[in-house]
Design a protein around this ligand. Structure first.
Ligand code: 13P
Length: 252
């Protein structure tokens, strides 16, 4: 049985004082939850502050990206060891917004994921098709390409250390959630891909989150699908009550 993982991707939201308020609100609401992994991913500049508040709680810290080099002349970038150093245990990699606005490629995702694993972080590697790709029946082609490029050359140990997030781009921030059946279909394809490439044990172990307009009202129907092992939540993670309800919907 895979342990469910609910992560809040705050994206570029919340000043430091607002981040403090959000996390202080969240801590008591989820304090009793034992069998779900809970992660919050604030902006870089609030990581340390949030970590100080959650370090003795059941909430873990994640970042939203990292660079693949450990240090050097890469102005504006932050490396995986630096994230680890401020208390992060997870890092989101290859989010569709990074692919869309910052030109991230599968090759970059591959390098960043390797760097995250090397630093002892758990990468949350995002894949997902755009609306026009779904409409012409290319969803599975796109997901396969992203998996093959993103994890090219990975061994069982490396892929076993990752979380995968399926986020259909057309469902992000649009209020248009994939139906549980649409999501399950792609999750089941990803599970099959893991099995074909890395064997049953790895396929059974790797957690696959769904992301895209997850809300308290639809969380349970998604999280009860056989291959949906958690959620990567954007908008609804910005409200402590909503995020806590989604966490609770993951309790089996
Ligand atoms: P929304 O939950 O706002 O649709 O965002 C999903 C997402 O992109 C999480 O990474």
């Amino acid at each position: 049985m895979r342990r469910k993982i609910i992560a809040g991707n705050w994206k570029m939201n919340k000043l430091r004082s607002e981040a403090v308020e959000l996390v202080k609100g969240l801590i008591p609401l989820v304090a009793d939850v034992r069998d779900v992994d809970i992660v919050v991913c604030p902006v870089y500049v609030s990581l340390s502050t949030v970590y100080d508040l959650i370090k003795d709680t059941n909430i873990a810290l994640g970042a939203q990206d990292c660079f693949w080099e450990e240090k050097g002349a890469y102005t504006g970038e932050v490396s995986a060891p630096m994230l680890k150093d401020v208390g992060a245990s997870y890092v989101v990699i290859g989010h569709s917004e990074r692919r869309q606005y910052f030109g991230e490629t599968d090759e970059w995702v591959n390098k960043k994921t390797r760097a995250a694993l090397k630093a002892g972080l758990t990468p949350i590697v995002c894949v997902g098709e755009r609306l026009e790709e779904r409409e012409v029946g290319r969803t599975i082609d796109v997901i396969s390409r992203q998996l093959e490029g993103g994890f090219a050359g990975f061994d069982k140990g490396q892929i076993g250390g990752c979380v995968i997030a399926y986020e259909p781009v057309w469902a992000i921030g649009t209020g248009k959630t994939a139906t549980p059946e649409q999501a399950q279909e792609v999750h089941s394809f990803i599970r099959g891909w893991l099995k074909d490439n890395y064997g049953e044990e790895v396929a059974d172990k790797v957690r696959i989150q769904y992301g895209g307009s997850v809300k308290p009202a639809n969380a349970r129907s998604l999280l009860t699908q056989p291959d949906i092992d958690g959620a990567l939540v954007g908008g609804a993670s910005l409200k402590a009550e909503d995020f806590a309800e989604i966490v609770k919907a993951a309790i089996v």
